[in-house]
Design a protein around this ligand. Structure first.
Ligand SMILES: [Fe+2]
Ligand SMILES: [Fe+2]
Length: 207
């Protein structure tokens, strides 16, 4: 059955996947809210920003339940990616399988809204969802907005960066650079694995 791509339906799909996890629901709503604010500022579709913000983490549903798999969540993610031909990089496979949730969320989004007639809007939203974890070469404005909103919502450590973006102290690429630097520093401090895709995908920021 075709589900129309709308903010209302995105919220229904959000509850379908993450409804049992209040923390993820509230995070998704906050990301959507900031995404809409930034979309207004950068003249990007506010509807697309809201939908991508609401649905960017729906792949994490696989971390919240093992009902369908009977195994640990990382096996659920692994199995899903194998079955659906989703690319998996070494870091994701061996260091932090949760980092696959961007591509898994994009795949869930496609399952729900894949019959959407507005293919351009569908593709833009899917791309922004997939790219929110590790960025990408040549991100478009919507990709950048979702990446930033995910990291600067009030509950995140980089929340202070939102005001430097809205008051013009920093530009959009400057904020992405600082988010990536902060992630790297935190990983080093806590001796946690750092996603190397954040560097290789975003080399354009150094040019
Ligand atoms: Fe995420
Ligand atoms: Fe998120």
């Amino acid at each position: 059955m075709k589900i129309e791509l709308s903010v209302k339906n995105a919220r229904i799909v959000l509850y379908k996947y993450l409804g049992s996890n209040q923390k993820r629901l509230l995070h998704s709503e906050r990301v959507a809210k900031i995404s809409v604010e930034l979309a207004k500022k950068y003249h990007v579709s506010q509807i697309e920003a809201a939908i991508a913000g609401l649905l960017h983490d729906i792949g994490k549903a696989l971390q919240d339940t093992n009902l369908n798999y009977g195994k640990s969540y990382n096996v659920a993610m692994l199995e899903y990616c194998l079955r659906n031909n989703i690319t998996m990089y070494d870091f994701e496979l061996f260091d932090n399988i949760s980092a696959l949730h961007g591509r898994i969320s994009g795949s869930f989004f496609e399952k729900e809204f894949g019959e959407e007639e507005d293919k351009d809007a569908f593709n833009r939203i899917k791309m922004a969802i997939e790219r929110h974890v590790a960025g990408s070469e040549e991100m478009c404005l919507l990709d950048k907005i979702i990446f930033i909103a995910d990291n600067v919502e009030p509950d995140k450590k980089d929340h202070y960066l939102l005001s430097s973006l809205t008051n013009g102290e920093k530009d959009i690429d400057g904020v992405i650079k600082e988010i990536i630097t902060n992630k790297k520093n935190r990983a080093m401090r806590k001796k946690l694995p750092y996603n190397p895709l954040l560097d290789s995908n975003n080399e354009y920021l150094e040019r």
